[in-house]
Ligand binder design. Structure first.
Ligand code: GUN
Ligand code: ZN
Length: 430
């Protein structure tokens, strides 16, 4: 019989979306979760599950919170080593820091080193799945998929395509972007827990021909995700307008080339026009909120409340290394702060849902990851709600689970991550 493991603690999961139902009612608290064969076998009372699974090994986590591992819906793993680079806004930041670093991924050994470092760092922060941009180099895609495969991890990634407005050595062509993306997709998509995302970086670094070629590839493989950037900074939007004079708006540069669809992931999406919001909702595309990046690069305040109210699908992301942290806890805190600046206080249940089920649904993986229920994949994080003296003294006077969790959301980091399980195996133990 395959090994069964029971984890006991405060097991947090969601029956519904806390944006559609009262947050406290959307969430549920149990006492134990059973893992077997890489999946969740059951969630329930400690006594009931001990009786139902008498041969299981029991790991008691006391008052720690056990929940689905964090899902980071938009990252650039190649930017790991240049995170927290000072003083620039988007286009200058790309040219000054990002492109020189991404150039180094021409060396497959460097790509392998950073891929491993990135997956180690993010696991330590409780992140079990991410959707990553790579660089233009196919070896950068091989590196992250090989590292994820070795860890048994569910990862989405794709070759970043750019055929203009990028330096020598960091440009492909419309044809090579199509050919390389197709070859990588065939090599990796659907292998183990890996999936490929077609990845035009953003409209300014692709010619219309390249967008068209990638749109054609997506129409041949509509089950793949397509990830890109949309309306992050006002200077960027002005640039897009001058590069695509006949486009109705930024989204139209994608739409006109077959790059708008339900499996599309649009990072940032801050300064949207009414037509763009309507079209994104009509097709059921996913928007990805990157709050630490949006404050760090000075991009603007994402309209979480308004976009949720109109029925958009939204995930949460670090946007490493435009984002200033690998931590989805820190990212939830930034989402809370941006909500406050817009006059909406996001409930802790909403923040935790965004970082797990919300992002999983944005990736079209909501039935596999991002929640704890029988049949879901066994990716879990165990959170210590008293990980530092400052957090502990606040959590001690909490009246309920949400008040106990909120200091960890606002002040926590990798020290709050007591244990991480990936695919039913313990990947991190503090
Ligand atoms: N827009 C195009 N490329 C990037 C990137 O690497 N990071 C961010 N934050 N925005 C982008
Ligand atoms: Zn990005």
């Amino acid at each position: 019989m395959t090994q069964q493991t029971i984890l006991t603690g405060q097991v947090l999961s969601f029956d519904r979306s806390p944006f559609e139902d009262p947050p406290k009612e959307a969430a549920r608290l149990d006492e134990a979760v059973v893992l077997q064969g890489g999946h969740v076998a059951a969630v329930g009372t400690a006594a009931g599950l001990r009786a139902g699974f008498p041969h299981a090994k029991v790991v008691d986590h006391g008052r720690h919170v056990i929940m689905a591992g964090f899902v980071d819906a938009h990252v650039h793993y190649p930017q790991t080593a240049m995170i927290a680079s000072w003083g620039k806004r988007l286009i200058d930041w790309l040219n000054t820091y990002t492109f020189p670093e991404e150039m180094k991924f021409a060396d497959p050994a460097y790509a392998g080193e950073i891929a491993g470092r990135y997956l180690d760092l993010t696991a330590a922060h409780g992140t079990t799945t991410m959707c990553s941009f790579c660089t233009i180099h196919p070896a950068s895609v091989d590196a992250i998929f090989a590292a994820a495969q070795a860890r048994g991890q569910r990862v989405v990634a794709g070759k970043t395509c750019m055929d203009r407005n990028a330096p020598d050595g960091l440009r492909d062509t419309a044809q090579s972007a199509y050919d390389d993306s197709k070859a990588l997709l065939k090599r990796w998509h659907g292998i183990d827990r890996l999936s490929y995302a077609i990845t035009p970086r953003f409209s300014p670094t692709s010619t219309p021909d390249q967008l068209q070629a990638l749109g054609a590839l997506w129409s041949e493989h509509p089950d793949c995700l397509m990830q890109t950037h949309l309306s992050e900074q006002t200077d960027e939007i002005d640039w897009v307008r001058s590069l695509y004079p006949s486009a109705r708006d930024y989204l139209d540069t994608y739409e006109a080339h077959g790059l708008l669809g339900r499996n599309g992931l649009y990072g940032h999406a801050i300064h949207l026009e009414p037509r763009e919001r309507d079209r994104l909702r009509e097709v059921g595309a996913a928007l990805v909120h990157c709050p630490t990046s949006n404050t760090f690069i000075g991009s603007g305040l994402f309209d979480m409340a308004g976009l949720m109210a109109e029925g958009q699908r939204i995930g949460l992301a670090t946007d490493t290394g435009g984002g200033s942290s690998f931590s989805m806890l820190r990212t939830m805190a930034a989402a809370y702060e941006i909500g406050q600046l817009r006059g909406t206080a996001l409930h802790p249940a909403q923040l935790l849902w965004l970082a797990t089920a919300g992002s999983a649904h944005a990736l079209g993986m909501g039935s596999m990851i991002g929640n704890l229920a029988a049949g879901m994949e066994a990716d879990l994080v165990v959170l210590d709600l008293c990980s530092t003296p400052a957090i502990a003294q606040r959590a001690e006077r909490a009246g309920d689970i949400w008040e106990a969790l909120f200091p960890t959301i606002m002040m926590g980091d990798d020290r709050a991550v007591a244990e991480v399980w990936i695919g039913g195996n313990r990947a991190v133990s503090r």
